[in-house]
Design a binder for this molecule. Structure first.
Ligand code: SAM
Ligand code: DTB
Ligand code: SF4
Length: 344
């Protein structure tokens, strides 16, 4: 049964267990709802880069930090569709488009709506992360056929103001409400390793799990330290604490895709496998995240082959061409169709 009434003490008790116990529980729950051999792959594209007015201390794209990033205007629809085609050929089932905006300007909405329509027409799932949304913007994205909207809570309500001052935690929650009400699937998670303590990780997971409906997708990012940002020198989170966080996210949100998100480039294959065994079953595929490098596609393909795992194939409405790129010679029969939109 899915719960939405987790107390902080209960979550803290899950975290505090011996790691082998916690991993065993997380795996048991994972196997009730998912094929543990399948990993869902999303590819990211920055459709508008840099010059962001916000002050998120981790971010390469905030204009107030000297990160040396080259800013780029909103891409045109053709460039985005071409990138989506490449991602599909590499095995990605979802294409995520991110913009360095506080919130989308009305002037840009027709362009992003067209991006959604055309990427969807390739037979891929679509996701966007454009900052805060009004209810009417969320409705417009839903009408264009957007499958997911990513908007992270990033950290606990208590730690949030140490990381971002240009908007409030409540603003983030309001956007998630607008997305949910519009009927778009919610992708919401956070970043580990920003100097927060375990209580903050407990509190962030409580916020996510106690939403009226669990986010269908929960990205767990490990901070990518970006030179020039205030968090450039943040000490990295302990690896096993990171694994614990994934395991507890899996226990609290059993039917959600838990994504091992930013930070994989600097993780060993063994650590990534441990994260999968703790219940992570999704990742970003492609050599770049938004502005920073990601693990190489060849390395990810090899990781799946070495571990005997495979890409999850996702059912989408229109599928004009085969979605699955058979790079690792996985037989057709072994590609199980995963139905999304679980009843949470
Ligand atoms: N501007 C929009 C917003 O902030 O909602 C969308 C893009 S923003 C880059 C998306 C998310 O990426 C952030 O909420 C944060 O969780 C994550 N992120 C950004 N920079 C990161 C970094 N250096 N390391 C890990 N995660 C990061
Ligand atoms: C999420 O949780 N992680 C992605 C996606 N949602 C948009 C972004 C990671 C960004 C990492 C830093 C960068 O490349 O700029
Ligand atoms: Fe802007 Fe998003 Fe980066 Fe914050 S995380 S500075 S809102 S691009």
């Amino acid at each position: 049964m899915l719960r939405h009434d987790w107390a902080l003490a209960e979550i803290a008790a899950l975290f505090a267990q011996p790691l082998p116990e916690l991993l065993f529980q997380a795996q048991a729950v994972h196997r009730q709802h998912f094929d543990p051999l399948e990993i869902q792959a999303s590819t990211l594209l920055s459709i508008k880069t840099g010059a962001c007015p916000e002050d998120c201390q981790y971010c390469a794209q905030a204009s107030r930090y000297q990160t040396g990033l080259e800013r780029e205007k909103l891409l045109n629809v053709e460039e985005v569709v071409e990138a989506a085609r490449v991602a599909r050929a590499q095995g990605a089932s979802r294409f995520c488009m991110g913009a360095a905006w506080r919130s989308p300007h009305e002037r840009d909405m027709p362009v992003v709506l067209e991006m959604v329509r055309q990427v969807k027409a390739l037979g891929m799932e679509t996701c966007m992360t454009l900052g805060m949304l009004s209810a009417s913007q969320a409705d417009a994205l839903a009408a264009a056929g957007l499958d997911y909207y990513n908007h992270n809570l990033d950290t606990s309500p208590e730690f949030y103001e140490k990381i971002i001052s240009t908007r409030r935690y409540a603003d983030r929650l309001d956007t998630l409400t607008h997305v949910r009400n519009a009927g778009v699937k919610v992708c919401a998670g956070g970043i580990m390793g920003m100097g927060e303590v375990r209580e903050d990780r407990v509190s962030l997971l409580q916020q996510l799990a106690n939403l009226p409906q669990h986010p269908e997708s929960v990205p767990i990012n490990r901070l990518v330290p970006v030179p020039g940002t205030p968090l450039a020198e943040a000490p990295p989170i302990d690896e096993l604490e990171f694994v614990r966080t994934i395991a507890v996210a899996r226990l609290l949100m059993p039917k959600s895709w838990v994504r091992l998100s930013a930070g994989r480039e600097s993780m060993s294959d063994s650590l990534q496998l441990l994260c999968f065994m703790a219940g992570a079953n999704s990742l970003f595929l492609g050599c770049k995240l938004l502005t920073t490098p990601n693990a190489a596609v060849d390395r990810d393909q090899a990781l799946l082959q070495r571990t005997g795992m495979r890409w999850a194939k996702v059912a989408v409405d229109s599928q004009p061409e085969p979605l699955y790129y058979d790079a690792m010679a996985v037989s057709r029969q072994s590609v199980r169709t995963v139905e999304l939109g679980q009843d949470v």
